[in-house]
Design a protein around this ligand. Structure first.
Ligand code: FUB
Ligand code: ZN
Length: 604
């Protein structure tokens, strides 16, 4: 299938238009300002000296790259001379300091110019990968090719060092990224050398030709425990993993490689059926920022890095391009509305690196244990996530449509218009919807007839008996409108009982949105609340937050907080009062100061 790029899709109104406006008007500036304050752009001038503040870090170039890439996507729709000039200057600095042989990495140039391509975990190929993605985006959306020229030269060097002469100290990088960037570069330029390189890095992973482990005690950390075709479970560092799987899916598609596709499908299934939070977050532990094992999904200690959620969207979208299966669109939707959107404050100026699924009472936290942060920050020492969030949101239109010879597949619902080439003609599809407030969607086609397949979301029971692979097929004549109604029911969702953590609990959902309780609405000790599984919830709106809410009855334990309250007491002495509990969308938590938060609540 062919993916319809965001250049052909305008998000025109509603929920996601507001999100894109936030990125364009706030986040791109906020990330720029904090990266500027912390010296990330200045470092490219190669003027930094020992003793100065803001010592450059070994993957700062990738932060700059993702900011440039985000801006390129914004510029496609909204010219901005001021920011474009800033990006031009960054690119001039990168080009001015590119080595004669093509090498680019400001950190290595400052501190380890004698150690180039010797340390597998130094992220040299990771930063080159991100710069390559930025170069493609900047060329495609501004027409300027300086960065692309730099990266072509740099990739020639990588080709010679790694593929032709096997001259580096390692064969595959400790942090994946270059693989998917090379697949993108092949798609963009058509130059088979990039495809050869992408195949090389993917196929050699896990073959242990040289020191292949970033962390030798644990080859799983960098997905190097097995050749990729033999991998069946999602292992190790979650971001590295999903970047690799995305590249594997890219290559499965480009090469028509069924064996590689099978590995991707098996790993994807392992993630979504056994290792993913209900929010679409992945990565259960801060130790190695990693997957752990099946059904290990701790709520308070969830790691669920923002970049990992983004990587899961990328992986799912690549598989969506290969096979007609609504599972991929379902997962993209789940991540977008929950584990991805929680990554940023509602105003778009600050970001989470980790996205906890529960915030316990502050008093219950143990001193020497490292908990996820509970408030978003504008920048981190390791700030990979903020510019990843901006680049995804700015190019969100990428996830709406694919086509094959005769069918247009609609995977996501957002008020939008799209120009789509199919069967030798260009049709225009206009979506109108209030989604995710309700599930009504109208899709009007002009410019010709179209055979349309629309994803029926997994949470929706409408149309189920009429679907094939999760899609409802509709023939639309020129000028006709399809009126769809995906009934959005409010319901509690339980976790598989093997998720020990969630036994006796459930998460409240409505359509694609997962809800949570916050202390600021419901008082402290959220675990003292218990709900009947058939509680009726009223849909409301919180105008301060600008989000929908669900309110319903709960039993709240009356707590004796006096100093002499017994530590243990007869359960029969436990007293409850009936209260109204208010849920907000998970993505909106932590926007009103420190507060307990819970997604999974007690059910009676
Ligand atoms: O190492 C580069 C990026 O920074 C990783 O993907 C994130 O987990 C963070 O460590
Ligand atoms: Zn990150």
């Amino acid at each position: 299938m062919k993916n319809i790029g965001f250049e052909k899709v305008n998000i025109t109104d509603g929920f996601w238009k507001a999100q894109q406006d936030i990125v364009k008007n706030a986040s791109i500036y906020s990330v720029y300002n904090r990266f500027n304050d912390t010296g990330r752009f200045e470092a490219l001038k190669m003027n930094w000296k020992e003793g100065m503040p803001n010592r450059p870090h070994f993957f700062w170039d990738s932060d700059v790259a993702k900011w440039i890439e985000s801006l390129a996507y914004i510029l496609e729709k909204t010219p901005c001379d001021e920011l474009e000039a800033k990006a031009d200057e960054m690119i001039d600095n990168i080009a001015a300091h590119q080595s004669e042989n093509g090498y680019i990495n400001s950190y290595m140039a400052y501190f380890e110019s004698d150690k180039i391509f010797t340390n597998r975990d130094r992220h040299e190929l990771y930063t080159i990968g991100h710069l390559t993605e930025a170069a493609i985006a900047y060329h495609k959306h501004t027409g300027k090719r300086k960065l692309l020229d730099c990266m072509e030269k740099c990739l020639d060097l990588v080709y010679n060092v790694f593929v032709k002469y096997d001259a580096a100290n390692f064969v595959t990088p400790g942090h994946e990224e270059i693989e998917l960037a090379l697949a993108k570069m092949y798609n963009y330029t058509g130059d088979s050398k990039y495809l050869e390189m992408a195949n090389f890095f993917v196929d050699n992973r896990g073959l242990h030709k040289k020191s292949e482990s970033a962390n030798p005690a644990s080859p799983k950390y960098s997905q190097s425990h097995l050749p990729v075709r033999e991998q069946t479970t999602a292992e190790g560092h979650a971001v590295r993993a999903v970047y690799l799987y995305t590249a594997m899916a890219d290559l499965a598609y480009i090469n028509g490689d069924k064996e590689l596709l099978k590995a991707c499908e098996t790993i994807f299934s392992n993630i979504v059926n056994k290792r993913m939070y209900i929010t679409g977050g992945i990565g259960s532990t801060a130790r190695g920022e990693a997957f752990t094992k099946d059904y290990d999904l701790p709520n308070i200690m969830a790691y669920t890095e923002s970049c990992a959620a983004i990587g899961l969207i990328m992986f799912a979208s690549r598989l969506q391009q290969i096979s007609v299966n609504s599972l991929y669109g379902d997962i993209i939707e789940k991540v977008l509305y929950n584990g991805f959107l929680s990554d940023k404050t509602l105003d778009g100026k600050a970001f989470f690196y980790e996205n906890p699924i529960e915030i316990p009472p502050a008093a219950s936290k143990v001193d020497d244990v490292r908990y996820p942060i509970t408030q978003r920050l504008e920048v981190f020492g390791c700030s990979c996530c903020p510019p990843n969030i901006t680049r995804l949101l700015a190019s969100l239109g990428n996830y709406l449509y694919t086509t094959d010879e005769d069918t247009v597949y609609c995977h996501q619902y957002m008020s939008s218009d799209a120009e789509i080439e199919i069967g030798g003609k260009t049709v225009k599809l206009v979506q109108k919807t209030d989604y995710p407030r309700d599930g009504k969607v109208s899709i009007t086609c002009t410019g010709g007839d179209v055979h349309l397949a629309v994803r029926v979301p997994a949470w929706c029971d409408s149309y189920k008996d009429q679907t094939k692979n999760g899609y409802l097929y509709i023939d639309l004549a020129d000028g006709e409108t399809a009126d769809l109604d995906f009934e959005m029911v409010t319901r509690f969702m339980s976790a598989n009982p093997h998720v020990n953590e969630d036994i006796g609990k459930a998460a409240l959902t409505r359509g694609p949105i997962v809800f949570c309780l916050e202390e600021v609405d419901n008082g402290p000790l959220l675990r003292t609340l218990r709900f009947n599984s058939n509680t009726e919830f009223e849909l409301g709106y919180d105008s301060d937050l600008g989000v929908i809410t669900l309110t319903g009855e709960a039993q709240k334990q009356i707590v004796d907080s006096s100093d002499d309250a017994p530590l243990y007491y007869r359960t029969s002495d436990c007293k409850y009062e009936t209260v109204k509990a208010k849920f907000i969308p998970y993505y909106a938590f932590a926007n009103r100061g420190e507060s307990e938060m819970a997604v999974f609540v007690n059910i009676i």
